[in-house]
Every structure is written in C-alpha cells, then in structure tokens.
Design a protein around this ligand. Structure first.
Ligand code: GLV
Ligand code: MG
Length: 343
C-alpha cells in the first residue's frame, strides 16, 4: 500500500519506502449520510462500490435529540454492511461537546475494526489530536484492535488555521484535512452565509474606460470576475498537507442545485492540490469523481512528456513548449494519480 507521501513529497520520485503506511485508496468523494435517518441508512449498502468514502455523520446537521439514534444507527450499519472497496468513515461530535466521549467509547469497541478514519470537527491545535490519539490508543488496546484508526481534522476555526502545521504533525494517525467553510466563515466573522462556494460580492472589476477629458465612464460595460473566497485557506491547507504527507480536501458545497458552481469550486481545489471533496447529495459524488480524476487528455499529455524526456534530465521542446526535469515531476503527479485511481 502506498503512502500519501508518494503523491505529494518532492522526494517521491525514487524515494525509499515510506515509514508509515496510510490508506492510499482513492477518496475523491466523501459522501455524508445521517445514520439515524432510516431512509438514508437503507441506501448505504447499495452505495458501496459507487463512492470512495461513505461517512456516517454524527455532528452538525444531526439534532441534539437524535444524537443517540444516529450513533446507534452507525453501529448497526458498521456491523451489518460489507464496505468492500469503499472506505468507512465517521464524523464524531466536537471535542467540547457532551456527546463525543460516548461517540468514541461506543464506536471503537463496536465497529473500530471497520472504521478507516474518524473525522474530528473544529480542531484547534495539536492538543486536540493528542487527545484523540491517546483515547483511540486506549480504546483500541482494550478492544484488541490492531489496525490503527486514522484521524482527519476539519479546518474550521481561525485558531485551527493558525495552528495548521502542528495539527498535521501531531500524530502518525493523521490522514488529512478538510476545509470547513461554513464554520470557518462564522469563526472568522466573514460576511457570507453560504456553505462554501463563491459570493457575488467578492469580485474584481476591470478598469472603467475614460473619455478624452480623462473622465471615468462608469456606465460602460465592464467585465467582472468573481473571486474564490477560499483560495487562501485551500492553498495553506495544501502546503501543510504536502509538507506532512497528508491528503487535503475541499469540504462541503451547500448549494446542491447549482451543480455547475459546485464543479467549478471542486475543480479549483483539484488544481490547487486537493484530492477530494465532501458530497452532501449523490449528485455531488458524480461531480467529485469526475473532477478529482485527471482527464484522459491530461494523462496522455503527461505520458508523452515523460516519454520524450527519456532519463528525466535535460530539456526538450514539445509543441513549441519547453519541458524539463520539473515538468516530468508535474507529469508524474498526474500519471501516479491516474494509476492509483485505476488500481
Ligand atoms: C463543515 O463542517 C463546515 O462547517 O463547513
Ligand atoms: Mg462545520
């Protein structure tokens, strides 16, 4: 099994085998379901194989009075469903909530063998990951679980963003990070009420033309470009993950009906280095599977550059463009991702 480091480390080409192995199975779409909702729970077995990750959500979006039902529902699903090639994750309640201890002490003994990753919301710093690491080690030892359950942290507080490096480095269990744009917007006091995605007010406008007297012609047609509110945080997250050998993910896109904007947001994240995104509706699984897989043209081009570069050193001209050692490394990122998805 390959490590995330194989896909992100600049030392990946010809690097020695990674010290720590984490699931390098594809995780383009992390599909959220409410395990306490019988209709959603009934669909889970049929979704196995069609999505990379199925995540039973216990945190936000589950009403306080339904927390126990959701937890029990997740245990039942974990015990009954054969997840085959699909990874099985959960999002537990936040570490300062009254439910999280019951989440962990119930889930680990009951379905810890099957749980690949626990997503931890509102992570503030290394201390949160240390807490998780300790309690998981104790619960795993007690239950005789030998495969360590991995940890995925959601970046959704300003403090969490400021402490991103120490969060990534806090435990060998760390699998990846997701952007949590809704909570993060609130914590930062941003002025958007949307769950991820862009905002029509966040734009740049082309200069207004001037007449011969130098007066601005404000009524002239002027192109505007909507900017990506999440660019800074995604880029920060991608760098931290690359440095520590973890997987970065864009989080939720709440406007389910706007599949075009969802695809754009996911693609921006993919181009910046993310490996996947959350899916809040089956329609978003399709979008994520498409966007987070390199296109046939990209793979063809990458293989062509690699072949033209022979031993990978020096430089060649292809279609009037210069390719060199660095372009080979870029192309290998594409090809390796394609191979990982095809495996
Ligand atoms: C996700 O949990 C978010 O807050 O965006
Ligand atoms: Mg949140």
């Amino acid at each position: 099994m390959r490590s995330a480091k194989d896909f992100f480390s600049p030392l990946a080409v010809g690097a020695p085998a990674p010290v720590r192995e984490i699931p390098a199975k594809p995780s383009r779409a992390i599909h959220f379901f409410d395990p306490g909702n019988p209709k959603m729970a009934a669909k889970v077995p049929d979704m196995v194989g069609s999505v990379d990750v199925l995540l039973g959500n216990l945190e936000d979006a589950v009403k306080a009075e339904n927390k126990e039902i959701a937890r029990e529902g997740l245990v039942k699903i974990g015990q009954e469903v054969d997840f085959g090639p699909t990874q099985f994750w959960t999002r537990i309640n936040s570490l300062d909530s009254p439910w999280v201890l019951d989440d962990l002490t119930t889930l680990v003994p009951a379905i810890g063998e099957k749980l690949d990753v626990i997503m931890v919301p509102k992570v503030q710093g290394a201390e949160d990951i240390h807490y998780m690491d300790r309690i998981l080690a104790q619960l795993e030892a007690k239950a005789g679980i030998t495969k360590p359950i991995l940890i995925h942290a959601i970046l959704e507080t300003a403090r969490g963003v400021a402490n991103i490096e120490e969060i990534c480095a806090a435990s060998p269990r760390m699998q990846g990070l997701s952007l949590g744009p809704a909570d993060l917007a609130a914590d930062r006091r941003m002025k958007t009420t949307r769950v991820g995605g862009g905002h029509p007010g966040y734009l740049v406008r082309a200069d207004a033309p001037r007449n011969d007297a130098g007066e601005l012609q404000y009524d002239a047609d002027r192109t505007t470009y909507q900017q990506d509110l999440w660019h800074y945080t995604i880029a920060r997250m991608v760098d931290a993950c690359a440095m520590h050998g973890l997987f970065p993910y864009y989080g939720p896109f709440g406007d389910i009906k706007d599949t075009v904007a969802c695809e754009d947001q996911f693609r921006n994240a993919f181009l910046l280095g993310c490996v996947g995104a959350w899916s809040l509706h089956p329609v978003q699984i399709k979008i994520a599977n498409k966007v987070f897989s390199p296109s046939v043209e990209d793979i063809k081009h990458a293989r062509r550059v690699i072949a033209a570069m022979g031993d990978g050193t020096g430089a060649v001209m292809l279609d009037g463009k210069m390719e060199d050692d660095a372009s080979v490394k870029q192309c290998k990122v594409m090809v390796e991702l394609a191979e990982r998805l095809a495996a």
